[in-house]
Structures are given as structure tokens and as C-alpha cells.
Design a protein around this ligand. Structure first.
Ligand code: ZN
Ligand code: ZN
Length: 362
């Protein structure tokens, strides 16, 4: 990963904004910019330099991981330490510069501490999502890492199929999958595994529970983190004899997922994918049961920009990685979701998730 180029790119974006410097506090953004993976840090981006503040627990780790930024080991919270460091730069402070902060990732208390430490010499401004914008387009190294995460994640579905059956607890299925993930080398799961069976399949985010699996759909949504990058996929199984109605529901969602995927290419607006997927479900009379957006970006975080939803005007670019995951949920009865990850290309997209979308019946 070329961290120095990322920091340079951000400095160029800053030069074109009303901000003079930027204090990055969101850890995935810090990791993206300079490679640091510790759990406590602040990264200050100045005109021509970058400085990472972290504490003594991370001295060795920072030395080995950080690229493109100077390291300052501090004895107090990184945020206050960064503020005091800035306050000591009298030439810079004399101009009362605009210091951008990541408002989405700073607590009210954190902001108050930062204000105190700056001693009134800097104007704190909410920064636009500059790093998140840069992170949307993945470079070849990142796509390689995501590909490996997707492959490992998809391999867990074999375990799902092996252990799922009538009477088995949802949590036991999730536990077996997570054990297999760790054994296969995953750092951890990218979110809490969703195994939602029977009427619980109508809960789009039905985390695995103590419920025993019975006849009906089982929504399985899971992913792993490998080299910092996330995977995310959903398949829906059916336990028992499938009715015509159940199969029709499944096929409608599958068609919607396909319509969304076929819409993807560089140059289109994100909401168009949502519209095309949603149209299929509307035509099947299922529009009101599709209660979430069609997809999201995936990378260092499981949910990141761009959002693939109604009203989202981000124009897709080659190298963005997004999910396509329509679903239909009939409250109290059942639900289906199918989710793949894709990389946007100039002419369409490459589907990363290798797993078949045929309905699996157990
Ligand atoms: Zn998912
Ligand atoms: Zn997802």
C-alpha cells in the first residue's frame, strides 16, 4: 500500500478546501493513510507533513507499521496531545488556522478536550469526508486483499450447509462458522453473524439467537476480516419442503439481485442500482417488503461509502467495491436476502462472491 501517496493526495484535497490542516481520529482512516493498526491514535495532516500521535503501548508497533508520517509517543490521550503539540507551533498558531475535525467520529467530550488543549489558537471546523471519499476507490492491493477476504468468507458457507438442519440452534451454526473462520486464518468476523430462521428470517438483521431452526427460510449473512479488509455475503437456505409461494419469493429476490448487478458500471449514479433492483420486487408485488437499501461500499469497514440507496448521487468509479443485497421480508412469516460483493469496472462489474445463488434446500 502506498501510504505516502495517500497522504499527499489528502494534502492536495486540503489545499483545495477551506481547511488548513486536518486532525484524523477515525481509526480506519488512520490505518488507510499511514498503516497504523493500533486502537488509540490521532493523525495530524499538515501542509507538507503528517504526524501520528499515539501512546507508549504502541511504540514498537507504530515504528514498524507507520509509513509517510512522523511518530510522536505521548503520555496522555492522543487527541489532547495533538492539540497541545499544535498550540506549541507558534508560527502556525499565529495565523489562527482552520483545523478540520472528523465530526462523525469525535465525541462532544473529545471536542471539548481538543478545544481546551488548543488554547483558542485554532478554529475548529467540521471537515468534509475527505478520507472516506478517497477510500471509495480501491487500488490493486486493496482489491487483492478484498478478494482474499471474500474467498475465505465464502468458504464458510460449506460449514453452514453442513451444520444447518431442523432443531439445530442458530447460534450453533454461527459458532461453527466462526470457528472455521478463525481456523482458516481470518482475523475476526466483520460483523456479528446473522443466522435468522423461520419467522426470524423476516428480521433483516436477525443476529443468530438461541432459536432452533425449523421449517422455512434461513437467512445467513456473514463475513470475515483478512489483512484489515472485510467480506460480506448473504445466502438464504430453505429447510423442509418448499412451497410454490416460497420458491416464487426466493426467485423474485434473486432476479432483483441480478437486475441490480447488471446495472453496475462506472459512470452510473449509485441510486440507479437501487432503483433497478427495487423495480423487480415492485413488479412482483413485493416492493413494500424490501425495507432496506440495496447495498453499500465495503473495505476497511464493513459499511462504507458509497451507499447504494435511493437518493444517493455518488457516481460509481472503476475500483469501487460494493454489495448488491436486495431482500424481501414478510413480517411474522419469512424473509429472503441474497448478497454478493462486486468490483465496479468501466464496462460493468466483476462479481467477487463465488457462491451459487440457486436455492439450497435442506
Ligand atoms: Zn451482509
Ligand atoms: Zn452488506
Amino acid at each position: 500500500m502506498d501510504h505516502l501517496a495517500r497522504i499527499r493526495g489528502l494534502q492536495a484535497a486540503l489545499a483545495g478546501s477551506r481547511l488548513d490542516l486536518l486532525l484524523v481520529t477515525h481509526l480506519p482512516n488512520i490505518r488507510y493513510l499511514c498503516g497504523f493498526t493500533g486502537s488509540s491514535a490521532a493523525l495530524l495532516i499538515l501542509d507538507h507533513t503528517a504526524v501520528l500521535f499515539t501512546d507508549g503501548r504502541y511504540t514498537e508497533q507504530a515504528r514498524s507499521e507507520v509509513k509517510g508520517a512522523n511518530i510522536v509517543i505521548v503520555r496522555k490521550a492522543a487527541l489532547s496531545a495533538a492539540g497541545e503539540w499544535l498550540r506549541g507551533k507558534s508560527r502556525l498558531a499565529a495565523t489562527r488556522p482552520n483545523l478540520g475535525i472528523e465530526g462523525e467520529h469525535m465525541s462532544v467530550a473529545g471536542r471539548a478536550r481538543l478545544t481546551d488543549s488548543l488554547g483558542g489558537k485554532f478554529r475548529i471546523k467540521l471537515a468534509p469526508a475527505l478520507v472516506e471519499t478517497a477510500r471509495m476507490v480501491k487500488d490493486a492491493n486493496e482489491i487483492g486483499a478484498i478478494r482474499r477476504a471474500v474467498t475465505l468468507g465464502a468458504s464458510l458457507f460449506e460449514t453452514t450447509l453442513k451444520v444447518t438442519g431442523p432443531g439445530v440452534k442458530e447460534l450453533d451454526v454461527a459458532a461453527e462458522m466462526e470457528y472455521a473462520a478463525m481456523r482458516a486464518g481470518a482475523e475476526r468476523m466483520s460483523f456479528e453473524t446473522i443466522i435468522a430462521s423461520g419467522p426470524r428470517s423476516a428480521l433483516p438483521h436477525g443476529r443468530a439467537s438461541h432459536a432452533a431452526i425449523s421449517r422455512g427460510f434461513v437467512v445467513c449473512d456473514f463475513g470475515v476480516i483478512l489483512d484489515g479488509y472485510c467480506s460480506d455475503m448473504t445466502r438464504t437456505l430453505y429447510v423442509g419442503r418448499v412451497s410454490r409461494e416460497a420458491r416464487d419469493l426466493y426467485e423474485s429476490v434473486r432476479e432483483a439481485q441480478q437486475a441490480g448487478t447488471e446495472t453496475v458500471r462506472a459512470g452510473i449514479v449509485a441510486e440507479e442500482i437501487d432503483r433497478q433492483a427495487r423495480n423487480v420486487l415492485k413488479k412482483a408485488g413485493l416492493g413494500r417488503f424490501f425495507t432496506h437499501s440495496t447495498g453499500h461500499g465495503v473495505g476497511l469497514e464493513i459499511h462504507e461509502a458509497p451507499r447504494v440507496a435511493s437518493g444517493q448521487k455518488d457516481v460509481l468509479k472503476s475500483g469501487m467495491v460494493i454489495t448488491i443485497e436486495p431482500g424481501a421480508y414478510v413480517p411474522g412469516k419469512w424473509g429472503v436476502r441474497i448478497e454478493d460483493m462486486v468490483v465496479v469496472t468501466e464496462t460493468g462489474c466483476e462479481v467477487l462472491t463465488p457462491t451459487s445463488k440457486e436455492l439450497v434446500i435442506i
